[in-house]
Write a protein that binds this ligand. Structure first.
Ligand code: NAD
Length: 498
């Protein structure tokens, strides 16, 4: 079967020292169009020895890059922004092809990615330190920020472009050399992006890509020359990367999984709530780390919200994300589909009612081999069901009922995750209470996907984040720089010479 978009099978390569390299790997992971099941590429599972080669190339580039003035370093980012804008449609199609999300969702992902490039262009200001004269008479103290050296990012499949761009622009603008390990399931978008990065004339070795799976991830964590690791993925792997990188003395920021709650109060604008929560729960087929997964309805909202969201979920058009009118694409793999269907069955077995059941949709060729599910709404998931705490990462919204806002917040408090929590209300007092009390890193008030803009850190609490400094914004600058304190005293004798 040929791909609906391209019949070419793409051989994924590594990029380091300013050139493309065919990997010496003997094992590969297929890149599959999740809508059709067609193999569209092959990711080499590179070896530990290849990781070392890439790190050496990045280390060799560091001294000159570090000495390049920040104002010059960002000129490459300005060029990159323009190239990304010019190629945004092509790059968005690539995301749809390998990840499955719709073209509109892919383009929105690129807008977020480009926004990070724009913010990192402010590094000459953002990277400035601070100082104070006369900390004691005649003694001045200064804080300066210096790049770390070689830094690396290991990333998830669900945003093939945006997640790398949470790190890449800041890392290199701060003067580091950067190594990316894309998800082996979706390496094509960043391979094409690397070709555009090359066109900016970025000095060789400043940006590298090493493809592979866990062996590459572990080798990056262990490598003594790599100074920092940024990670995005599931919680068990986030913990593993955090511990493994700590063992070799690195700094880390590890973003993990999520189970995001939204509370719907009876005074909410139900039409707004339906649209926004529906987009959050079912957009990107529920494969966003900020997707709403549990809606806690309070009081009368139980019925008014349930009826509306069920109607919306039933009407969503699924299909290949490049076809017009398609609102939701497939999930990433057949295993994910199977797992999600199993979790729906578990919810029903535990006592929930599938008011909309998205299991096993019939698709016509060539999408009958795709990983499609329809949106699912599970009403009355018991708090005791393991489903209440399990990350589903699919288009499934669980409904839970609470008598009061305090009871609803308690559900969030008990969750092991803390990526996002949202509230729908028209009451300012309820909104303030929620903002004050909700134990999550990203809070939405009448917002379904509380994704911070690039100039704010992407927060995350509890099992959703391991580390201190987050991705994006000022946190990124602190993460990618070492602060150095200089305390100076100059003898007054010296000035008498002049
Ligand atoms: P994953 O944990 O399976 O993989 C993430 C990365 O880790 C990949 O590059 C993979 O090659 C590598 N990896 C996988 N297993 C490994 C192991 N045992 N040892 C070392 N490296 C390993 O995650 P995924 O399926 O690609 O992504 C989905 C997950 O990511 C979800 O849990 C989602 O919530 C989470 N996510 C979180 C955020 C956030 O901001 N908190 C953002 C996006 C995705």
């Amino acid at each position: 079967m040929s791909s609906p978009v391209t019949s070419q099978m793409i051989e994924v390569q590594n990029y380091f020292g300013g050139a493309w390299h065919k990997s010496a790997a003997t094992q590969y992971s297929n890149v599959v169009n999740p809508a059709s099941g067609e193999v569209i590429g092959r990711t080499p599972l590179s070896t530990k020895a290849e990781v070392d080669q890439v790190v050496q190339a990045a280390a060799a580039a560091f001294p000159a890059w570090r000495r390049t003035p920040p104002g010059e370093r960002i000129q490459y980012l300005f060029k990159l922004k323009n190239l990304l804008e010019e190629h945004i449609d092509e790059l968005s199609r690539m995301i749809t092809l390998e990840n499955g999300k719709t073209f509109a969702e892919a383009k929105a992902e690129w807008r977020r990615s480009i926004e990070n490039v724009e913010v990192a262009c402010g590094i000459p200001t953002m990277m400035q330190g601070y100082n104070l004269e006369d900390v004691t008479p005649g003694v001045d103290e200064t804080l300066i920020r210096q790049p770390l050296g070689v830094v690396a990012a290991i990333v998830a499949f669900n945003f093939p472009a945006m997640i790398p761009f949470w790190f890449l622009p800041y890392a290199i603008a701060c003067g580091n050399t950067f190594i990316l390990k894309p998800s082996e399931r979706v390496p094509l978008t960043m391979q094409r992006t690397m070709e555009l990065i090359e066109k900016t004339g970025l000095p060789k070795g400043v940006m590298s890509i090493i493809n592979g799976g866990r062996e590459v991830a572990d080798a990056l964590c262990d490598h003594p020359t790599v100074r920092a690791i940024s990670f995005v993925g599931s919680t068990p792997v986030a913990k593993h990367i955090y511990e493994r990188s700590a063992a070799s003395g690195k700094r880390m920021q590890c973003q993990g999984g999520a189970k995001n709650h939204v509370i719907v109060l009876p005074d909410a604008d139900m039409e707004l709530a339906k649209q926004i929560i529906g987009d959050s729960a079912f957009g990107c087929a529920g494969q966003r780390c900020l997707a709403v997964s549990v809606a806690v309805t309070v009081g009368e909202a139980q019925k008014t919200f349930r009826d509306r969201i069920a109607e919306l979920a039933s009407g969503i058009k699924i299909g290949f994300g490049l076809d017009s009118g398609v609102q939701m694409g497939p999930v990433i793999t057949p295993e994910s589909k199977q797992r999600i269907e199993g979790l729906i069955a578990k919810g029903v077995a535990d006592g929930a009612k599938a008011v909309v059941d998205g299991r096993g949709p019939k698709m016509s060729s060539p999408y009958d081999h795709g990983n499609f599910l329809r949106p699912t709404v599970l009403d009355g998931v018991p708090a005791t069901s393991s489903l209440a705490d399990t990350e589903i990462f699919g288009p499934v919204l669980s409904l839970i009922h609470a008598d009061t806002i305090d009871d609803a917040i308690e559900f969030i408090r008990k969750s092991p995750f803390g990526n996002q929590a949202s509230l729908f209300t028209t009451s300012g007092a309820a909104a303030r209470k929620f903002r004050y009390e909700a134990p999550a890193g990203n809070i939405g008030i009448n917002i379904g996907v509380a994704a911070p803009m690039a100039y704010f850190p992407f927060s995350g609490w509890k099992e959703s984040f391991f580390g201190i400094l987050h991705a994006q914004g000022r946190d990124a600058v602190e993460f990618y720089t070492e602060s150095k304190i200089v305390i100076e005293r100059w003898s007054r004798q010296e000035t008498r010479k002049f």
